[in-house]
Design a protein around this ligand. Structure first.
Ligand code: PXP
Length: 250
């Protein structure tokens, strides 16, 4: 079956991780953004963490000058990050947990518990014309709360699915894939755009990319790791192809 093409957002955080390991300016995340763009990425994702462990403030402008692709800024729900986002005005912002107590057991932002804290961030970013997504577990309850607080997009956390696949737990992985499918269908029916991400690899991306409601996949760590062996351009192209094959476009 041929489905609508899904976008690939390439997360370049770990280029900055390597740069920061030595200090200095190399390797340059902005250069990675330009190469990912040329290789067929549809967006660039960056996470400015509170502790600046990878992407730093100066990278925001550098990445923007390096590519015309839409930028998706992952951010914690803090006043500091909100001020930065409102000033930077990325195409999109994805609200993510950074502290243990903001996460569900698996790792998504626990909006079912934190809705009062998260809702004003959704409103203020939306009012500024920034497309807001919430990084949540693939659970109907989390999706329903995301809808209730007005999030136009959710990004479903695929980390648990990937872990189960690599642990060889076939029935657990199948169950988790079903949770992803159900959450995607539930959100889509309510007019929420569905994204997915975290931990995806060549070996795990296809079943997730084949979920019809998925419009965007955000992938970083694995692509950057592969880039060490085959180059960033080849790694992005291969991931792009895996997604296209899964959706009947290859
Ligand atoms: N989506 C979100 C919301 C994330 O926080 C991350 C990791 O920064 C990713 C996707 C990408 O995950 P990975 O680097 O494991 O591909």
């Amino acid at each position: 079956m041929t489905m609508q093409r899904a976008r690939l957002g390439v997360n370049i955080d770990h280029v900055a991780t390597i740069r920061n390991a030595r200090g200095g300016a190399h390797p340059d995340p902005a250069k990675a953004a330009a190469i990912a763009h040329a290789a067929g990425a549809d967006g660039i994702t960056i996470h400015l963490r509170e502790d600046r462990r990878h992407i730093r403030d100066a990278d925001l402008a550098a990445v923007r000058s390096a590519t015309s692709l839409p930028i998706n800024l992952e951010m914690a729900t803090t006043e500091e990050m909100l001020a930065i986002a409102l000033d930077y005005k990325p195409h999109a912002a994805c609200l993510v947990p950074e502290k243990r107590e903001e996460r569900t057991t698996e790792g998504g932002l626990d909006v079912a518990r934190l809705h009062d804290q998260v809702a004003p961030f959704v409103t203020r970013l939306r009012d500024a014309g920034i497309r807001v997504s919430l990084f949540i577990e693939p659970s109907i309850v989390q999706v329903a709360v995301a809808e209730a607080i007005g999030a136009p997009v959710v990004e479903l956390h695929t980390g648990k699915y990937v872990e189960l696949v690599f642990a060889g737990d076939k029935s657990g992985a199948a169950e988790e894939l079903n949770r992803l499918r159900e959450a995607a269908a539930h959100g889509h029916e309510r007019g929420i755009e569905i994204h997915v991400g975290h931990g995806l690899t060549y070996d795990t991306v296809r079943p997730v990319a084949a979920i019809p409601e998925v419009r965007e996949l955000n992938i970083g760590h694995f692509i950057m790791g592969e880039a060490l062996f085959v180059g960033l351009e080849a790694a992005v192209k291969r991931m792009r192809r895996e997604i296209d094959i899964a959706r009947g476009h290859a």
